[in-house]
Ligand binder design. Sequence first.
Ligand code: F6P
Length: 412
Amino acid sequence: MGRPRRGRKHLIALVGLPARGKTFTARKLAGYLGWLGYPTQVFNVGERRRTLLGPGQQHEFFDPANRDAAEQRRRLAEAALDDAMGFLRGTGRVAIFDATNTTRERRDVIRARCDAEDCDLLFVEIVNQEPAVIEANVRETKLSSPDYAGIAEADALRDFRARIAHYESVYETLSEDEGAWLRIVDRGRRVDIHEVYGWIPGRIVGFLTNLQVTRRPVWLTRHGQSAWNVLGRIGGDSELSPAGREYAQHLASYVRRSFGPSSDLDVWTSTLRRTRETAAALGIEPGQWKALDEIHAGVCDGLTYAQIERNMPAEFAARKRDKFHYRYPRGESYQDVVQRVDRVIIELERYRTPVLVICHRAVARALYAYFLQLPPAEAPHLPMPLHTVIRLTPTAYGCEEERVPLEPRVAD
Ligand code: F6P
């Protein structure tokens, strides 16, 4: 292995049969890496096929014995790979090549391109032999695809199964001499990691080995109004105000109404008083996370925004210019917050039960930006009012949001 070089570009190439969750994985991974601050884009060959050839190819198009179609598919894959390489030559840091890549021949082409363009290659193979999971995936994501618009469900299912069988007939799993790869078997029941080195590949392994396909909501709220919120002072570790204590009661009844008495809900707070006091009425022992503590305002801790503007105008202006990268002297930036909240995200992705996270304005923005896949620079400006529960429900390829304002209403 050579000396590590900074700023390496990465191509992540998915490998696997249709309906194994490659697109779900590619999109989640792109969202995660983008959120960490690495410009990332997915290049999907199926979408390119539908754009160029129109939707509606039947299974015969995917038959390896169908030479014309095989040539067309090869060209489509190469064109998507060209785009991915173009992205990496420009501002991109990580390109995710979302295609089946099930033959050695196809993967050798990808490797040759990466070698020629001096970028790192990591294969991520998704193997699944559980019929119920494959069936659910086909029903959820494939039958609604434009490929099957207007086709009876039973016919679409039959055709898609035949498509899978064509790929199975030529499928070669990754082998020892194919460099860096990660193989996830049966939704993480087994994970094989082969020759994976480096910071970004390490983050990818950590993320993908914890990613669950089980979808359950995450509930997000700031703590109830604190004594320092009333005074407009930032940071600190003050107790709840009377209105904040009232919110804690309303939150507890809302949680009881939503989950019932025998719920498997987990509650996470920061280590600061105002979040722990908000959780107290729930009757569920919360997990406390230092990583969920509010952005550390350093020398500005305890001041109001007006005081900062008056006493440290240069700092105030610098933060206004670039709120995401601005770091309080002896404190943190939003970028720092994202880096530490990363471990909370990994844990949230690993969990199979619902979780209520009671945290702070900047941290809630960072978490929310991850789930909604928003550009990092938007996070510091997101509205995150007090006394509001945000219910985030992941869908097949995105996330739905519901905001529930609770009493008492207070100004921010
Ligand atoms: O005012 C409440 C608060 O949580 C402060 O403790 C924190 O510094 C601030 O909000 C974060 O919001 P912003 O990044 O918009 O200043």
